[in-house]
Design a protein around this ligand. Sequence first.
Ligand code: SAM
Ligand code: CA
Length: 238
Amino acid sequence: MEDKLIPPAIPNLPILKSEALEKYILETNVYPREAEPLKELRNATANHPLHFIGTSPDAGQLLALILNLLNAKKTIEIGVYTGYSLLLTALTIPHDGKILAMDPNRKTYEIGLPFIKKAGVKHKIDFLASPALPVLDELLQDPANEGSFDFAFVDADKNNYWNYHERLMKLVKVGGIIAYDNTLWGGTVAMAEEEVHEFKREFRKCAIAFNKAISEDSRIQLAFASVGDGISFCRRIL
Ligand code: SAM
Ligand code: CA
């Protein structure tokens, strides 16, 4: 289903348009510190036709830092693919932490699953092979789930980001963080529509509308990180 979302021929370029600089950052700061199970999962994903949609290890480093700063224990993961950010989260949260992970594509999750098992963190993951919205709606049926999550990482269908936001703002506690990936959509948000490949236009529009909406949302503290394809960190303050 992801094939429909991001045509393989036109991956999102990282924000740094210099390959040499990207390589320098990865080789100097990131790869030497990347946990072995993450390296293994990344290598196992490298030959998959959509390998470029996996979270980049430099973005992963930042996510791990935030998870640690938050002392996150209970998290939500929307958009798993082969599970780089999922495994990263599972390796970062405590032994008794829990991640509710959702992706309609079980097959890609199963590519990363052996590495999750080998790393000894499978017990922290509840994977649901389902689109995320109905799961979030079901969670919200039970008031006990409100404000019960410390962190959420959203890296899925960009046209639903605002729908996720409305629900996650109830599920994540005050002080918790919701991180939205690809909010620059390959830099197309700052391009004229006619310059953008037609496959990318719909999500470009979604990203522009979403970025505007969160910038106007007084319920959150907002921080944008220029890493990977752009990550917007929303800390719930109300
Ligand atoms: N975070 C992942 C990683 O670190 O490798 C990458 C996720 S990938 C960019 C996007 C994923 O979102 C795909 O695996 C796709 O199947 C999933 N997806 C698409 N629509 C979805 C939906 N409605 N709910 C949950 N996941 C969805
Ligand atoms: Ca992404």
